[in-house]
Design a protein around this ligand. Sequence first.
Ligand SMILES: Cc1cc2nc3c(=O)[nH]c(=O)nc-3n(C[C@H](O)[C@H](O)[C@H](O)COP(=O)(O)OP(=O)(O)OC[C@H]3O[C@@H](n4cnc5c(N)ncnc54)[C@H](O)[C@@H]3O)c2cc1C
Length: 463
Amino acid sequence: MTNNPEPDRTSDVLVIGGGLSGMTAAYTLTQAGLTVTVLEAKDRVGGRTHSDATVPGGPLDLGGMFIGATHHRSRALGEALGLTAVAARPEGQMSYRVNGDVVRAPDGGYPATFGSTDGIDRKLTAAYAKFDDLAEQVGADAPWNSPIAKELDAVTVATWLEANVEDPLVRAIMTTDLNIIVGADTTEMSMLFWAQYVAKCEGMHALQVTAQDALWLGGSQQISQRIAELPGVTVLTEWPVHSVVYSDGEVTAISPRGQVTAPAAIIAMPPSAAATLVFSPVLPHPRRQLQSRAPMGRETKVQVRYARPFWRDAGLSGEIFDLDLGYLALDVTRPGDEQATIVAFIGGRDYDQWSSLADNERRIRILASLEAVIGAEAREAVGYFETDWPTLPYTLGAPVTVMPPGLLSTVGSALTDPVGPIRFAGTEAAAMWTGYMEGAVQAGEAAASSILSDLVPAAVASV
Ligand SMILES: Cc1cc2nc3c(=O)[nH]c(=O)nc-3n(C[C@H](O)[C@H](O)[C@H](O)COP(=O)(O)OP(=O)(O)OC[C@H]3O[C@@H](n4cnc5c(N)ncnc54)[C@H](O)[C@@H]3O)c2cc1C
């Protein structure tokens, strides 16, 4: 059923999905002189970036927030649109909690001792270096071509850890770390997928430390919002596409709101969201496999507001790795905020536990943990916010897509392989920094460039 049965042919290119990647593609195409219609299911652009400026105490980023030190593309885009980035990660000691014991570590580092276990820092450094070695071997470009691709894609990360990391505490820390980074358990994830993820994100140190380098004043969703206001960009929100009909030189997107046609289209969403669309003709086998077998991770974001960043008085950075509850927390207070903010990420296996708790119990547990780690004032929260991404429509999880064994080595190239007049974007399609805003921007730019180089002469001639 449509309420607009006549195809509307108004733009040079359709972008399906108004997240950061789709909006970046729209930006790149309009900068080149084309017109773009963005079709977005939600009532807002930004997708996995969502900033709430109405919260007392200062804006909150409910989704993607940190800019990495080497995230040059997304930083340049935000700055070109007039945004200001400010430093994140205040200086101070990091805190770890394991079996109720709290230990401190250098900024962004590992503790030397936990209870009776010595040399934890040395063992963690050595074990994470093994991930870096594998990442270097498989590379970021075409990991499925690596000589060890099949071997790594035959095992989960959990199986690989059992065989390669002796100390159970070290394995436990690494397991929780990965659950937080991608929102899925090590038992669910292919070792090849993880190795290429590390390669695309410039290694473990970058993932654990420098990826959290800066924040946008006012929040990261503003990038998409500002692009939506530019000439040449038309955004149709609350426009959930359910079908895509394509042939050479023409793509029609159909939703309950109507249908629009253009000479080319970019699908800018995670594979699992693209799987909800009916394509006619059906997509090639590798792309269908990718879409049906690669789920989004699951992660919740908890933000606790305080009258002031009291932990800094004790020389603490506010960064916490809590193995007991399974979260990573950071101080994300920005200049100009009237209140201080600690953000905590709980993902994968620990998200499963967390989401089975009653509302009040979740709050009690996290405040009790913060009290144990950063001091008694942690009880005096002035604000408490949870963003439970897996419950939100159209995104279907957080923060990124993960792959089980056997997928990346067989259908990996389908992440970006074009299909007729269709190109694929979204952070999952990124050459570098997949899973991050940087990857969303890179993939959006790449899909737009591909349209400009391969399809534009035909596209422009026919409009
Ligand atoms: C909790 C959380 C924390 C994160 N933290 C960070 C961080 O600190 N730093 C960082 O760099 N990255 C972070 N990320 C990741 C980052 O936010 C994402 O990589 C990036 O925003 C993805 O953008 P995208 O455009 O590729 O996908 P999305 O933002 O998912 O965009 C896809 C769009 O498609 C739309 N859509 C889906 N189905 C349909 C349909 N049928 N019809 C029309 N539209 C549809 C969706 O509504 C969505 O707007 C985080 C993500 C989350 C969720």
